[in-house]
Write a protein that binds this ligand. Structure first.
Ligand code: SAM
Length: 260
């Protein structure tokens, strides 16, 4: 059964109006947020539900304008139980880093700081943690969450990190490569390898990718990458990494100790 267009349109308009009023009220307790962006927080699930846009097209669009996407999504992201939770795969990835007792950690695409907070809760020294994110709004959320800690937060792109070679003992890419378009993936890998001294840990979405390609758009803003083939292509031999698979998620520990 299809609903008449006018009913759908009126429903969306009404939702947007209610959303705008609610967001505007919430702004009073969440300073420095504009009503326009907050309203778009309520609108974006509807925008993302535009069914006719194939994933291939929308994925290409959003991953070409990642800042826009993440700035808008940051508002709902911090209230999303899925994003707030520490799942087995999040814990595994962080534990792999902490087990290596790194003298410094860089999290690329740190979002609102879920992993960094967990590292601090585990007793890791916040003064040696740096978080990088492309989105100013996400970093704002991270600053609120990590208020009072000595974590350094920097706005930068995973594909162009403003750090010297081998500046961090460990580099962590958690749920960020899956949002990087295939044509930029090598840049992001190269940057992680360049700034890392001892190890890189990757947590990413894991889904089968046909042999004909290395990456596949799997929803409106997510790619499934064939990490194993990509690592091989980028000169990371199987002896250099260990992978752990949790249903839809993959955690990869890459050791750079023996790199030439
Ligand atoms: C799904 S969130 C993951 C957040 C965090 N790593 C976690 O595991 O909770 C992805 C984050 O990566 C950031 N991001 C996306 N593309 C990026 C890029 N090219 N450079 C830096 N950060 C990026 C987004 O702004 C967002 O905060």
């Amino acid at each position: 059964m299809t609903l008449p267009k006018t009913i759908v349109k009126s429903f969306l308009t009404l939702t947007a109006l209610i959303g705008t009023v609610v967001s505007t009220l919430r702004i009073k307790v969440m300073p420095s947020r504009t009503s326009l962006v907050a309203a778009s927080h309520y609108m974006h699930p509807y925008l993302l539900r535009i069914r006719d846009i194939p994933h291939k097209v929308s994925c290409k669009f959003f991953s070409s304008y990642p800042r826009l996407f993440w700035d808008i999504w940051s508002f709902s992201f911090v209230y999303d139980p899925e994003q707030l939770a520490l799942h087995d795969w999040n814990i595994k990835a962080v534990d792999l880093i902490l087990d290596a007792k790194p003298s410094s950690v860089l999290e690329v695409g740190c979002g609102f700081g879920r992993n960094i907070s967990y590292m601090i809760d585990c007793g890791y020294e916040p003064g040696v943690i740096t978080g990088v994110d492309l989105s100013r709004m996400m970093l704002r959320q991270a600053r609120i969450r990590l208020r009072g800690s000595k974590v350094k937060l920097v706005r930068a792109n995973a594909c162009d990190l403003p750090f010297q070679d081998h500046s961090f003992d460990a580099v962590f890419l958690s749920l960020v490569l899956m949002h990087i378009k295939p044509s930029n993936l090598k840049l992001a890998f190269d940057e992680a390898i360049r700034v890392a001294k001892r190890l890189i840990v990757i947590l990413d979405e894991y889904q089968p990718v046909p042999a004909t390609s290395l990456s596949l758009p799997i929803n409106r803003y997510t790619y499934a990458h064939d990490h194993v083939r990509i690592l091989e292509l980028y000169g990371i031999s199987p002896a250099m990494y260990t992978k752990y698979i949790y249903d839809k998620w993959i955690v990869i520990l890459i050791s750079l100790e023996d790199r030439s």
